[in-house]
Design a protein around this ligand. Structure first.
Ligand SMILES: [Zn+2]
Ligand SMILES: [Zn+2]
Length: 298
């Protein structure tokens, strides 16, 4: 039985978060600037059609997906900073690409998909915003041993999905897929890489509706895990392409992301995990340039 001070400590630090492994390297950005930039394009959601699949990259690993009328947000981060969350604000890294897609422009998402508990994917203030604006309305699917971070928030349901588990929810099939990454949110936590039963886990997801399949890659290093999906007829692979320097053992580079999508025989490739927060030490434009150069060869 935990005493009150233990509970206070754990709750406080769970909500505060912990600013870890990230730091600014202004010299690594192409123009040496840390000033936020304007997003180059904003889609008109009124043109989106519930009879189709519509996707929009919001920033970092946040995609807004209208999947035949089911509205999905992946790893939603609308905070202008990520990392240490203290009282009412985040104190971590500031975004470099202005997310013009403000959450207040969005209608209620039906489903939030969370890949893992890292701060650039599971942003407590953003989750709090949606849970307060749409109390009891939104389903959340998250990785094994991660829901404790936000289970005080008012969601319709929070479901932890473990590797290879499949769930039928909101006319969708959602399957959790193992990635090559790690799960701790704070350095002192137990990670799935160390303890299968109690460690924080990390997912990609395969989501399906009306015969169409979208793979959301979360965070992953290069791995050949995905070759087993070569006959799955995946339509769209959303893959991370940034933060590989110096973390190539937990984040793939753009060429590796393309190879993994190719291993899955995915028809379309959509990049993410780049050009939003100062994260990896590679130059700002390198991942997209590398992607453009590598794509014709793969
Ligand atoms: Zn991560
Ligand atoms: Zn990440």
């Amino acid at each position: 039985m935990k005493n009150e001070s233990q509970k206070f400590f754990e709750n406080t630090f769970t909500k505060l978060g912990f600013y870890y492994v990230f730091w600014y390297h202004p010299e690594n950005f192409a123009d040496g600037s840390l000033e936020p930039r304007e997003a180059p394009f904003q889609p008109n959601l009124n043109e989106w059609n519930n009879d189709k699949v519509n996707l929009c990259w919001v920033g970092h690993s946040t995609y807004l997906i209208n999947f035949y009328g089911t509205i999905i947000l992946t790893d939603p981060v609308f905070s202008h900073r990520i990392g240490l969350y203290a009282l009412i604000t985040n104190l971590g890294r500031k975004e470099l690409l202005l997310q013009q897609f403000k959450p207040e422009f969005l209608s209620c998402p039906d489903l939030i998909l969370l890949s893992h508990a890292h701060f650039d994917h599971m942003d407590y203030p953003t989750l709090k915003y949606f849970s307060e604006k749409y109390p009891d309305k939104i389903s959340v699917v998250t990785a094994f041993k991660t829901k404790d971070i936000f289970e005080d928030l008012n969601f319709k349901e929070i479901i932890e999905l473990d590797w290879d588990e499949e769930l039928k929810i909101l006319d969708l099939k959602v399957k959790a897929i193992k990635v090559k990454h790690f799960g701790w949110r704070y350095p002192w936590e137990i990670d799935r890489n160390r303890d299968l039963k109690t460690g924080r886990s990390f997912n990609a997801y395969l989501i399906e509706k009306k015969g169409k399949k979208i793979f959301f890659g979360g965070d992953t290093a290069y791995t050949d895990y995905y070759k087993k999906f070569k006959n799955e007829k995946i339509d769209i692979a959303i893959m991370p392409i940034g933060a590989y320097k110096p973390w190539i053992h937990s984040h793939c580079n753009p060429e590796q992301a393309l190879i993994m999508a190719d291993d899955m025989n995915a028809k379309y490739f959509l990049p993410m995990h780049t050009r939003t927060f100062p994260h990896g030490r590679e130059p700002w434009d390198e991942p997209i340039q590398w992607l453009k150069e590598a794509a014709p060869k793969i």
